[in-house]
Design a protein around this ligand. Structure first.
Ligand code: PEP
Ligand code: MG
Length: 587
């Protein structure tokens, strides 16, 4: 067996070594892969083969369903076969491959998006829904482009998951159940949801490998080095041994992190800070607590909406929230209501394609526009609050009126639960995320309306600086230590403190040693982050006096640039605590 080494993007640290499971699930592509002109004909032939296979599968399915379930259920496949026979649809696929010189995956993705736009503009709900049939057919063709036929892995043994790309919904399903020990993807970046999820679940992952699905077969032995971003297929014994010992070293490092996690969360001068966790699945709670989280500062409920074909019903919500609250009890959990829309599209809610999604109908705006969907989620969260440790958190608030609308809906749902004698926590704390600069500027008013606020610095900074940080052309301007950001954060934290309102930061900024110190100096107590970063932050904050850091940051607020702030703070901290940024006795 041939030894193959591949380099990709390290997405979740750690080493996994085991058997490959190649997932052939359909997932539309998120990247445009071009091909040389000489490969266009072969690409067209590849697509034609996938279409032929799709036709055979559909015909087979139709007769199987007709026999086993009945004619009325088989007609759907007639419709799918008709779609597959649509000349204009097939011609548009070919046209994209030839004109843009791209792989079939991208052509299918484009055609799917075009049809979605077309159907979404239709007034009639029934016809709008028909897009799902086209999408189903296109994704079946997509799946058939892969070399492997779909095969579900029946064995219990954890495997290394190899896939072209994973939708957030698929990632949640595949990674959350203890069946996956490592991940290797053709596509993706380090900040994709799959990467975040893999990190949270401590599953080593390498993404951006281009064509690993073409190089690995089910059952191949492979190593995933998520720290270095390397994949080794069919490793000989010597390499296996080398990686075994690497794994032992990595696990030792992890143990050291965990021992830091058990130390108390206080600065040298006795200030108690609170490390909290940002998570997306209830399964992450135990790991978060073992890494030192004192609660769940942000539960991103989006996964519930993204992982199934239909909108989750109240019971599905309730199962997840009560599982979450029980797992964390007595530590508090802040459940954030749905934060999709914009670029995190949710076809189930028929959000229009928007010209400027980042400024569009997302998060709480989407919830208030779909009151039934929102009520379902609120009812489930309130029911789970009967356990006693649940907080309700609302994303992307822009104005006081929205808080009023949310409160009115909460009251309405509470009234309904009361009349049905369903238990809930009548005093469930209500919090809002400060992510829009306008909300930051009225922090003094918002803190009077709610029990706590959580500053989402990821969004707040990108809106405040007008910098999309995933846009490589402007990413260099994304600066959490920009003096304007520090002033804004100081304003928010001071206003919250003045009103006796709890305030947390739940953006990436809370997880970085330097910006974590800056936040401490600005008066922050609650730091919510991806749990794997908690030991690191604890170590840093435990090595300094809060009063000293507050003095330094007071001076830093008068500096001119982000770089000046960075250099000044590092110099001052190191002059007094040379080991503040070191994790252990070494490095
Ligand atoms: C944020 O914007 O900082 C935040 C925590 O929310 P999300 O990353 O889920 O948008
Ligand atoms: Mg946000």
């Amino acid at each position: 067996m041939e030894l193959i080494r591949l380099r990709g993007i390290p997405a979740a640290p750690g080493i996994a070594s085991g058997e490959a499971f190649v997932s052939a699930r359909p997932a539309f592509s998120s990247r445009r892969e071009t091909i040389p002109a000489r490969r266009v004909k072969a690409e067209q032939a590849r697509l034609a083969r996938a279409i032929k296979l799709t036709r055979r599968q559909l015909a087979l399915l139709r007769s199987k369903i007709r026999k086993e379930v009945g004619e009325e259920h088989a007609v759907i496949f007639d419709a799918h076969l008709l779609i597959l026979g649509d000349r204009s649809l097939l011609a548009s696929l070919d046209k994209i491959i030839v004109a843009e010189r791209v792989r079939s995956e991208w052509a299918l993705t484009q055609v799917n998006a075009n049809y979605r736009r077309l159907f979404e503009s239709l007034k009639d709900e029934y016809f709008r829904q028909r897009h799902l049939d086209i999408s189903d057919v296109l994704s079946r063709i997509y799946k058939n482009l892969g070399r492997k036929r779909e095969r579900r892995d029946a064995s219990k043994r954890p495997k290394i998951l190899v896939a072209h790309d994973l939708l957030p919904s698929e990632a949640a399903g595949l990674l959350g159940r203890g069946k996956t020990m490592g991940v290797a993807l053709d596509m993706g970046g380090a900040t994709s949801h799959t990467a975040i999820l893999a990190r949270s679940l401590s599953i080593p992952a390498v993404v951006g490998l281009h064509d690993i699905t073409g190089k690995v077969k089910n059952g191949d032995q492979m190593i995933v080095d998520g720290t270095e971003g390397e994949i080794i297929i069919n490793p000989p014994p010597a390499i296996l041994k080398e990686y075994e010992s690497k794994k032992v070293r990595y696990d030792g490092y992890q143990r050291e992190l965990r021992s830091t996690a058990r130390l108390s969360s206080q600065t040298l001068d006795g200030f108690r800070f609170r490390p909290m966790a940002n998570i997306e699945l209830p399964e992450e709670v135990s790991q978060a607590l073992s890494l030192g989280a004192e609660g769940i500062g942000l539960f991103r409920s989006e996964f519930l909406y993204l992982r199934s074909a239909s909108l989750p019903d109240e019971e599905e919500h309730y199962q997840i929230y009560s599982q979450l609250a029980r797992a964390a009890y007595p530590a508090p959990v802040s459940i954030r209501t749905i934060d999709v829309g914009g670029e995190k599209a949710l076809p189930k809610l028929h959000v229009e394609q928007e010209p400027n999604p980042a400024l569009g109908l997302r998060a709480i705006r989407l919830s208030l526009k779909n009151p039934d969907v929102f009520r379902t989620q609120l009812r489930a969260i309130l029911r789970a609050s009967a356990l006693g440790n649940v907080n309700l958190l609302i994303p992307m608030i822009t104005e006081v009126e929205e808080v009023g609308e949310v409160k009115a809906m909460i009251e309405e749902v509470k009234g309904d639960l009361r009349s049905r004698r369903v238990k809930f926590d009548d005093k469930i704390p209500l919090g809002v995320m400060i992510e829009v600069p306008a909300a930051a500027a009225i922090a003094d008013l918002l803190v009077k309306e709610v029990d706590f606020i959580s500053i989402g610095t990821n969004d707040l900074i990108q809106y405040y600086l007008a910098v999309d940080r995933s846009n490589e052309f402007v990413a260099h301007l994304y600066k959490p230590l920009h003096p304007s950001v520090l002033r804004l954060l100081k304003f928010i934290i001071d206003k919250a403190d003045g009103a006796g309102c709890r305030v947390a930061v739940c953006g990436e900024m809370a997880a970085e040693p330097l910006s974590g110190l800056v936040l401490l100096g600005l008066g922050l107590r609650e730091f919510s982050m991806n749990p794997i970063f908690i030991p690191r932050i604890k170590k840093v904050l435990r090595s300094v006096e809060r009063r000293f850091v507050q003095r330094i940051i007071g001076q830093a607020l008068g500096l001119r640039t982000a770089q000046d702030v960075e250099e000044f703070v590092i110099e001052k901290i190191l002059a007094r605590h040379p080991r503040a940024f070191l994790l252990s006795g070494g490095e």
